[in-house]
Design a protein around this ligand. Structure first.
Ligand SMILES: [Zn+2]
Length: 270
C-alpha cells in the first residue's frame, strides 16, 4: 500500500512539470472508490496551478477548483508527454498541455474527486479529520505529547489512526517506535515528554529518509517517471520476526494489534 513517503515521492515526480498546464480533457475508466463528482468535460480549460499533499491525498489546485487524488491500495501515477493506449487498469487520464497524468489502479481503492475548494463538503469529508503533517512545522514534540496524554489506546494504534499525526503507516510506526525505544503496546497516555520527544524525532526521521530514498513500501510502486520505487529501507524490525535485533541481537518479536502486524525488540523497546 502506498504510504505517505510514496505519495510525497509521487508528488515530487510530477508537480513541477504539471504546474501551469491547461487541462485539455479528462477520461474515466472503471469506477474508483468514490465518484469524480463532476462531468469530466467540466475540467477542460482549467489550469493546474500546483500539486500539494495532505496526508496520503494529492491535491491538484486548479483554477478554478481542486482535484483530490488518492492511490488507495495499489494506485500509481504516471505523467508523461505521451503514454500508451489506456489499459484495463488505467482508470483516470487527465490530458493537459504539458502531458498526460494517468492513474493506474488494479484494485480500484484509489479515487479522484473534484471539489470546488478545500472548504467545500466533498473535500472536508476526505480531509477534515486528518491530523497534523508529520513532516510539517505544526508537528512538534510538546503538541504530540499533549495529544497522546488524552489517548488510552496502545501507542502503535494511536499512530496508525491518523488523527494525531497523519500518514504514519504500519511500517513507519513500527520503525519509529523501535528508534525511540518505545514498546508498541504502551498506552499512549503513559508516554513521558522526553519519550514523546524521541518519538517525534523518530517519526520525522524515518519518513524523511523514506522520501529521500524514493518511497519504500510498495513493491510495484513506480513514480510518475515510470521508475521503480523499490527502495526498501533497511528495516530495523519491520517484517523481521525471529531475526536478531540489529542493535542487541535479541530475536525480533511479532504481535498483532488491531489486525495489523507489529514488530518490536523486547529488549530495546520498553
Ligand atoms: Zn534490540
Amino acid at each position: 500500500m502506498p504510504e505517505l513517503p510514496e505519495v510525497e515521492v509521487t508528488r515530487l515526480s510530477f508537480a513541477d512539470r504539471i504546474a501551469g498546464a491547461r487541462i485539455v480533457s479528462a477520461h474515466l475508466g472503471k469506477p474508483l472508490r468514490w465518484p469524480l463528482g463532476c462531468d469530466p468535460q467540466q475540467l477542460a480549460g482549467r489550469i493546474v496551478q500546483g500539486v500539494r499533499r495532505r496526508g496520503k491525498y494529492l491535491l491538484l489546485d486548479l483554477d478554478p477548483g481542486l482535484l483530490l487524488l488518492h492511490l488507495g491500495m495499489s494506485g500509481s501515477v504516471s505523467f508523461a508527454a505521451q503514454l500508451p493506449e489506456r489499459g484495463v487498469h488505467d482508470h483516470f487520464d487527465l490530458v493537459t498541455s504539458r502531458g498526460i497524468l494517468r492513474l493506474n489502479d488494479p484494485r480500484r481503492f484509489g479515487a479522484v474527486v473534484f471539489a470546488d475548494s478545500e472548504s467545500s463538503p466533498e473535500a472536508v469529508k476526505l480531509l477534515g479529520r486528518l491530523g497534523v503533517e508529520p513532516l510539517g512545522d505544526d508537528f512538534d514534540a510538546q503538541a504530540l505529547h499533549a495529544a497522546l496524554r488524552r489517548r488510552q489506546a496502545p501507542i502503535k494504534q494511536v499512530l496508525l489512526a491518523g488523527d494525531v499525526v497523519v500518514g504514519v503507516g504500519n511500517i513507519y510506526a513500527s520503525e519509529a517506535l523501535f528508534l525511540s525505544g518505545i514498546r508498541p503496546t504502551t498506552p499512549a497516555s503513559r508516554i513521558s515528554l522526553p519519550r514523546a520527544r524521541l518519538l517525534h524525532a523518530a517519526v520525522r526521521d524515518v519518513l524523511a529518509r523514506a522520501v529521500a530514498k524514493g518511497g519504500s513500501t510498495l513493491r510495484d510502486f513506480s513514480n510518475a517517471h515510470g521508475e521503480s520505487g523499490y527502495f526498501q529501507l533497511e528495516a530495523m524490525v519491520y517484517d523481521r520476526a525471529g531475526e536478531p535485533c540489529r542493535a542487541c541481537a535479541t530475536p525480533v518479536r511479532r504481535i498483532v494489534q488491531g489486525q495489523r502486524a507489529t514488530y518490536y525488540c523486547p529488549r530495546c523497546q520498553r
